[in-house]
Write a protein that binds this ligand. Sequence first.
Ligand code: C2E
Ligand code: CA
Ligand code: CA
Length: 556
Amino acid sequence: IANTNSKPVNEAYIKEKNVEHFIDTHDYRLAKDINKLITTFYLNDLEEQPMAYFLLFIDLDDIDFTGINRVRNRLILAAVLAILLLTSSFYYLYVKRYKLFVDTLNTKLEHEVAAKTLELEEKNKHLIHIAHHDSLTGLPNRLLFLDRLDNAIKYAKRHNNNVAVLFLDLDRFKEVNDTYGHEVGDKLLKNITQRLKACVRDYDTIARLGGDEFTIIIQGAENEQLISIVEKIFKNMKASHFINGNTIHSSFSIGISSFPEDGDNTDILLRNADTAMYKAKDKGRNTYKFYNEGMTAQVLKRVKLETELREAIEHNDFHAYYQPKLDAVTGKVIGMEALIRWIHHSHGMIPPDEFIPLAEEIGLIGRIDEWMMKHTLETAHKWHEEGIFNGRLSLNVSMKHIENKSFVDRIKEILTENNFKPELLELEITESQIMKKPQSTIKILNKIKSLGIAISIDDFGTGYSSLSYLKRLPIDRLKIDKSFIQDIPNDEDDTAIVKTIIVLAKSLKLDIIAEGVESLEQKDFLVASGCHHIQGYYYAKPLSEKGFRDFLIKFS
Ligand code: C2E
Ligand code: CA
Ligand code: CA
């Protein structure tokens, strides 16, 4: 179809570019080379069938693009807005969900933190409690005790008041532990704690310093009130404890110091109460003592003695003295007792009564007794060889030394080293020491006895022997204590006691000897009563090695 008013340029373009061809595929074509937009227009017949089409060449310059651009821009804006809206709503939803998630996490975390804090607080409380209390009894320990005492002193200073410290030490607790075991010992401490609590007011502090040591702080009490508290404690301790099938007795030695008289700080008050407690122990158990200044002087003296005793052992400042034992009927020397002497470089001779108990207490007795054993066995052996002495050597030994596991082996060694016949050796052990633990002592004494060594009970009559034990102890001899000899034959009681002891020894088939015999009268009474063996100043005082040798030569 040709349009009558078509331009020849356009027709040429149609022919040249084969426009019909693209008309089939595209609705329009931008013909930039001729600056035209080419579009089609279909013409239909009456049956709506294509009948013809027109190609329209529109000048690009004639088209108004601003409208199109505006529409496009609006569309782009709308699209951008839509995208923004979508992303922001997605973001909003996401944040909202995320916040919820974070919130739940946060609350969970808060709960966990709270629980952990509580747990830590509990643990902390527990640790503080442990640091301030004794785990066995639950009582305040030394740390808390000192703190409370310090506070009590400060309070008393402000209010012009007083504070007392009671220092309590259980008597013979070590024996309970050794005999029945630590479990029983622990239970005893718990029982005692309960009994102590019943003796004081709620606000008084009872503390356990360790071992068998307890302290009590009493605020604002006069001495009379303190005494009544102490007496209450003694009364409450009286009843026996029944622990694991054992009946156990307990008692305390108590020392008391007070602010302001005996010290104005915790250290001094505690130390002085401790000192007073030791004095109470010395006086006999189950007693109390108020502190006084003289006690400190004694303690210092003791500390000095202890240092000097250790030095004396190092420097070998000991000497053995010997006292003869005679058969009063035959007049023969039957033996000798070795007695230790400490010759101090400036104090001169220190008697054994002044240092043996201390040596026992501080664990030096073994070394001292062993020194005596070696030295006197050597000397006695020399005299045996010389033929001036054929009697027995008696040695004083402390139970503390005998209990030592190596004792029996050591004594065997010393006997062998000195080629000493065991039957010429006798050990003197005091009745009171044997009766402290008769059962375990029997076992040890049997071992000693099996070596062939004789055993004598020293200071007999002062140690409350039970007859049943006396029968079972592997002993050879009773030595009547000198306190009963002193006043015989004038004192009726002593006379009766001495006679009874002699009869007892005879009926138990034991030898008997009397010590501390100073007069002819005493000797004659003893001989008449059946005790022929005599030791004492009547015959001789304890003599130095040389003195005793001279004595032997004169007598043989
Ligand atoms: P003891 O075994 O009872 O010794 C007897 C004490 O009585 C000795 O005192 C002795 O000197 C003294 N004496 C002897 N005859 C008479 C007398 O006729 N009249 C008076 N009034 N006293 C007399 P000493 O030597 O002072 O010894 C005291 C205690 O020390 C001894 O008592 C003994 O238990 C202990 N002892 C001495 N030497 C040793 C030792 O080497 N080891 C141990 N563990 N203890 C010893
Ligand atoms: Ca003796
Ligand atoms: Ca004696």
